[in-house]
Design a protein around this ligand. Structure first.
Ligand SMILES: [Zn+2]
Length: 88
């Protein structure tokens, strides 16, 4: 069983976490009209890169969101960052 590092709680079993999306996606500007296709793409289209990736994860025990850096091929955890709302 793999362990993920919650920046708030420390190392925990991966089953305590929920994938929340790829980091760095830009949310469509909802002050104007957004097409269904653009909104669906934002919600459901993943780049699914091979190698080092940055992903948003939620630790379900503390409900905090954070960025996990990992290698999608080896599944090695490379680090974590606190999620900042001013940096995509
Ligand atoms: Zn936590």
């Amino acid at each position: 069983m793999q362990q993920f590092p919650c920046p708030f709680c420390g190392l925990r079993n991966e089953r305590e976490f929920h994938f929340a999306g790829e980091a760095g996606k830009t949310r469509p500007d909802t002050t104007g009209k957004v097409s269904n296709a653009d909104w669906a793409s934002y919600l459901y289209t993943l780049k699914n890169r091979k190698g080092e990736v940055r992903e948003v994860w939620m630790h379900r025990s503390c409900s905090e969101l954070f960025i996990l850096r990992r290698n999608s091929v080896t599944m090695a955890v490379l680090g974590h960052e606190q999620l900042r709302k001013d940096v995509p």
